[in-house]
Ligand binder design. Structure first.
Ligand code: HEC
Length: 205
């Protein structure tokens, strides 16, 4: 066809400047980052335990914990059964509960509290009213279990919940004697607890 004229060749693309003014990284910053990185490596080397699972806790999963229950001193297998029978309908097999209805036990700040005195009361007498669990709000009612579950069963289920590594929990076990002591302390109380009054209790009270 017709000859293509060379007259209207598009302009060659502008050559991008190799480096824009003012964007250089100062040498001191590079040195500082290198030093921080070196320090972090030393920290990991000295305190990281070589990333060996046994360094971080004797049991890597609930299965292993259950196998070891005579050593732990609480029957976690019984705890799992109690949980499956009485708790998981609401708190779910995952321990995550249901948004807006049932609070989670997995990652719960109530469950993780070093002293189990508040959650023992919740299980014994039930709990009603507004509660914030790990930053999420709920306002519902959990019925009491004191007439259904014995001290050893409550100790077992709370130990199972608190130490459940599959849920990311790692709080210490709860002993039967702790349930017994609190059951005795609140024996004249028939109504459920409210989260507000439980929060006023000191640890261990
Ligand atoms: C019928 C549903 C239901 C069942 C069954 C139930 N819970 Fe709850 N649980 C709740 C609700 C609802 C709350 C929050 C109550 C409130 O809003 O004041 C709660 C709160 C809790 C809390 C404190 C808050 C948190 O999420 O950490 C613990 C601990 C707990 N339950 C453990 C148990 C255990 C252990 C069992 C089994 C023995 C159990 N629950 C059975 C509904 C239930």
């Amino acid at each position: 066809m017709s000859a293509v004229t060379q007259d209207h060749k598009p302009d060659a693309p502008q050559e991008a400047p190799l480096r824009s003014e003012g964007s250089t990284v100062p040498v001191w910053l590079i040195v500082l980052l290198a030093l921080v990185g070196y320090w972090a490596l030393l920290q990991l080397n000295d305190h990281g335990g070589g990333f060996q699972p046994h360094v971080y806790g004797p049991y890597a999963s609930v299965g292993q914990q259950i196998d070891a229950w005579p050593v732990i001193g609480v029957d976690l297998n019984k705890g799992r059964k109690v949980f499956e029978t009485y708790c998981q309908a609401c708190h779910q097999p995952t321990g995550l509960g249901m948004p807006g209805q049932f609070p989670p036990l997995a990652g719960s700040d109530w469950v993780a509290n070093p002293s189990p005195n508040r959650i023992i009361r919740i299980v014994l007498n039930g709990c009603t009213g507004p509660i914030t669990v790990s930053g999420k709000s709920f306002n519902n009612t959990m019925l009491p279990w004191k007439d259904t579950l014995k001290d050893d069963e409550i100790a077992a289920v709370l130990s199972f919940v608190r130490g459940n590594k599959d849920w990311g929990n790692s709080a210490p076990i709860v002993k039967e004697a702790e349930i017994k002591a609190i059951r005795e302390k609140i024996k004249d109380r028939s109504t459920s607890f409210t989260p507000d009054e439980l929060l006023k209790l000191g640890d261990g009270e």
